[in-house]
Design a protein around this ligand. Structure first.
Ligand code: NAD
Length: 481
């Protein structure tokens, strides 16, 4: 049994409380690790370690930070099997999803290696004769990162790599369901050469100790990925304390299939968009709108494909669906489907449980009074809706508090571009799944799906700040004459 302690100031540190909590393997809820149950004192120690390390290392050359990123990519490539094993056993990732996460993380580290040399400012024309005026971008100090359970490696790497690449110290509060994966990051950054104290981890129940981190006077910026509920709470704390923040939150992403679309391609993309990692993906296409003339054909083909989506053995490369992360989440999935059924929705495929796994579930006849219509299920459940015109499809797609990703399948460029302009979402993909991410794009959502964007460009906004510096001659007449 693995015991996981905090990682503070370059050392594993037992929790002040002496208490540990259980980290379970979602396949059978067996005990996977015992994890330090942090307190606000532990959070304070981690932030203090970050402040001290930031002061000591803030002037390291860009080339050194660049080296950490390349080295970390190399190490992760060498240890890829170790990372994938933890993603499989700790959060129930099918190996295909675990492979996607490790590939993305390695790619992100390489992209982040380009960041340290781009933390730069400008020279600015001055209204005052003789004045040399410039702007500098400076690291903010300590960045706090909070990750969700579903993509703990992608988010743990995105957040920490950008904080370190831009010259900050970092404190991670990982999901209670993915602490062992976070623990691998401690060894990764240490071996990559990051000095003690620049990367810290404190474990514990986010609801109990999260505010101690996000509200800490020495935390300058917060990067959070998780539910909209917790995101809104964090935004309140950040606003009251004038901290910079980025929120990557939930979604109810629409996928639109027009009558002129390549049906086979649309079915395949829809399948991947909602059932990859058993629907536990923020960009999951949990609403599929299909033009009425092809609705029945699409529904038949999609339900047939969903029925064949493989569930179970996580180490089998073709498995798409694994276990739902926790009993609370399983209840949520069950209650959404039961409620829809009770109110008259038809189940075209799925809704069958094998242990902690729910099969790929397709609903039709879902109406606005059903919970699944508006709420994020975060499970392998999607609903099919017919539409008659593009205007109607856009209106339906936008009828949600969320706005993360959206897709449209059509061969008509005018329709595609109109949708791209009018979809109320942070990301739009034409003839492609709703699930997509690349290191350097402005990733994120609008409305209740987020605030700000993340990526190797966008993160500079919260992880650095501008300083205006002027130089004037020490001897010349201040008027410049
Ligand atoms: P969650 O909001 O329950 O938890 C996320 C993290 O927040 C956990 O580490 C938790 O400990 C912590 N937390 C809880 N209360 C806190 C507080 N008061 N202060 C600070 N931290 C606190 O989310 P989850 O169930 O782990 O993840 C699923 C959610 O995340 C879904 O809504 C999903 O759509 C979203 N998500 C979004 C993205 C994105 O990029 N937009 C990516 C992945 C997941």
């Amino acid at each position: 049994m693995k015991n996981i302690d905090h990682w503070i100031g370059g050392a594993r540190v037992a929790p002040g409380s002496g208490a540990y909590f259980d980290d379970l393997n979602p396949v059978d809820d067996s005990l996977y690790a015992m994890v330090a149950a942090g307190t606000s004192d532990d959070v304070n120690s981690a932030v203090e370690a970050g402040v001290a390390a930031f002061r000591m290392h803030r002037n390291l050359p860009a080339a050194v930070r660049e080296g950490w990123m390349f080295k970390a990519a190399e190490i992760m490539e060498r240890d890829v099997a170790k990372f994938q094993e933890v993603l499989i056993d700790e959060v129930g990732s099918p190996v295909a999803k675990a492979g996607f996460e490790t590939r993305f993380a390695i790619g992100f580290l390489r992209a982040a290696a380009g960041v340290p040399r781009r933390v730069r400012g400008e020279t600015i024309p001055s209204d005052t004769p003789g004045r040399f005026s410039m702007s500098l971008r400076q690291a903010v100090g300590v960045v706090a990162g909070i990750t969700p359970f579903n993509v703990p490696l992608i988010k743990g790497i995105k957040q920490s790599a950008m904080a370190l690449a831009t010259g900050n110290a970092f404190v991670l509060l990982p999901s209670e369901a993915a602490p062992r994966l976070a623990d691998l990051l401690a060894d990764l950054w240490r071996e990559a050469g990051v000095p003690d104290g620049l990367f810290n981890i404190v474990y514990g129940n986010g609801a109990e100790i999260g505010d101690a981190l996000t509200g800490h006077a020495n935390v300058a910026a917060i990067t959070f990925t998780g539910s909209s509920r917790v995101g809104k709470h964090i935004a309140g704390i950040a606003a009251r304390n004038l901290k910079k923040y980025t929120l990557e939150l939930g979604g109810k992403s629409p996928l639109i299939v027009c009558a002129d679309a390549d049906l086979e391609k649309a079915v395949g993309a829809a399948l991947f968009s909602i059932f990859m990692f058993q629907g536990q993906v923020c960009m999951g296409a949990s609403r599929i709108y299909v033009e009425r003339s092809i609705f029945d054909d699409f529904a038949k083909a999609f339900a047939a494909a969903a029925s064949k989506a493989k569930m179970g053995d996580l180490r089998e490369p073709t498995t798409m669906l694994g276990p739902i992360i926790s009993e609370r989440q399983r209840d949520r999935v069950r209650s959404h489907v039961d409620d829809a059924r009770a109110k008259g929705a038809e189940v075209l495929a799925g809704a069958e449980w094998t242990g902690n796994c729910c099969s790929a579930t397709v609903l039709r006849g879902v109406t606005a009074d059903m919970t699944v219509y508006y709420e994020e299920t975060f499970g392998p459940v999607t609903s099919l809706y017919p539409f008659d015109t593009l205007e109607e499809a856009i209106e339906l797609a936008n009828d949600t508090e969320y706005g993360l990703s959206a897709s449209i399948f059509t061969r008509d460029l005018d329709k595609a571009l109109r949708f791209a302009h009018e979809a109320e979402s942070g990301m739009v993909h034409i003839n492609a799944p709703t699930l997509h991410d690349e290191p350097h794009v402005p990733f994120g959502g609008t409305k209740a799906s987020g605030f700000g964007r993340e990526g190797t460009e966008a993160d500079l906004e919260i992880m650095t700040e501008w300083k205006w510096v002027t130089i004037q001659s020490a001897t010349a007449n201040p008027s410049g004459h």
